[in-house]
Design a binder for this molecule. Structure first.
Ligand code: ADP
Ligand code: MG
Length: 301
């Protein structure tokens, strides 16, 4: 196991930030660690990376206990903290060489160059960190986390605060480094998990509420069927509710979002209804799943 968390509780004074959390992450997995703000994600990651002691429970990384063998744990993992603290006055290479020095990496100049190529910092490599956009600073953060070629990467909200293009670039980068490493990344974006992760662990208010392969979570979402349909003429909610299987109907701009509770596909019934009522259908598509909704259900307080 790359990461083993057993019955971990963390209290900040009287506040319980984590309550009896257990999970494990196998070698090579890419796991999304999800939860709303304040759920305890960063706290859990700080415990795994030896930055904070837990109040109770056990945590091991690649078999090494975080309390008994913190140096061995740190050698096995790379960490990109949430507020990626970087020395803005330092040059990228200078900073990476400095971090490499802490890990006593041999041939550091060559290693830094390798990382600059890997994370896509070639064009920016002569700049100071303070002169970089947030997306490029995240790349520096990733390079820093990977400098000692760790087996495990802990990434705390690596895409938060980036623009849509940067988000896609960083996701691609994580996916590609994830081919060779165990990755645990926190996010509050469900689509991100869908795009990158094999498995999802969801916490809410310090409690573990789900631990499932991403595909299974999607199936759970598919308990409800949703069809988005645009009719050519006017139609009322009551009319729509008369269609076989329809439980809910809500208007959204010029479209209707029609839902059933069962797994049945409503499209055929809607089509027949339109024909019988001489209505024209301009658009119709099925929303196969909505992971965002599952996340909301699991984490509503
Ligand atoms: P997340 O990363 O999921 O947003 P955090 O782990 O940062 O959540 O925080 C979980 C809870 O613990 C929050 O209620 C937060 O206010 C509290 N907390 C986090 N760090 C500290 C700290 N150093 N001292 C006191 N409370 C903290
Ligand atoms: Mg956090």
């Amino acid at each position: 196991m790359s990461i083993q968390v057993e019955q971990v509780t963390k209290e900040y004074g009287t506040q319980k930030a984590l309550n009896n959390i257990s999970f494990s992450i196998g070698k090579g997995e890419i796991v999304g660690f999800l939860g709303p703000n304040g759920a305890g994600k960063s706290t859990m990651m700080k415990i795994i990376t030896c930055y904070l002691p837990q109040t109770q429970g056990k945590v091991a990384v690649c078999g090494f206990d975080v309390e008994e063998d913190p140096l061995k744990v740190k050698a096995k993992l790379g960490y990109l903290p949430e507020h990626n603290p970087q020395y803005l006055e330092m040059y990228i290479k200078e900073y990476l060489e400095f971090v490499g020095g802490i890990y006593k990496i041999k041939n550091i100049k060559a290693r830094v160059q390798e990382l600059i190529d890997l994370v896509g910092l070639q064009k920016e490599q002569h700049k100071k960190i303070g002169a970089l956009s947030k997306g490029y600073r995240q790349r520096v953060g990733l390079a820093q986390a990977m400098i000692h070629d760790p087996e495990v990467l802990i990434l705390d909200e690596p895409t938060t605060g980036l623009d849509p293009n940067q988000i896609i670039e960083i996701r691609e980068l994580i996916k590609s480094v994830g081919k060779e490493k165990t990755v645990m990344m926190s996010t509050h974006i469900m689509q991100e998990v869908e795009a990158i992760c094999d498995r999802v662990i969801i916490i809410n208010n310090g409690e573990l509420v789900a631990d499932k392969p991403t595909s299974e979570l999607k199936n759970a979402a598919n308990q409800t069927q949703q069809v988005r349909v645009v009719f050519g003429g006017g139609i009322s909610k009551n009319q729509l509710k008369q269609i076989d299987g329809v439980k809910r109907a809500e208007q959204e701009n010029d479209a209707w979002i029609v839902e059933s509770d069962a797994k049945e596909d409503l499209r055929e019934a809607i089509f027949k209804f339109a024909v019988a009522n001489q209505l024209v259908i301009l658009e119709m598509n099925r929303n196969l799943y909505d992971l965002e909704q599952v996340f909301q259900q699991l984490t509503k307080s």
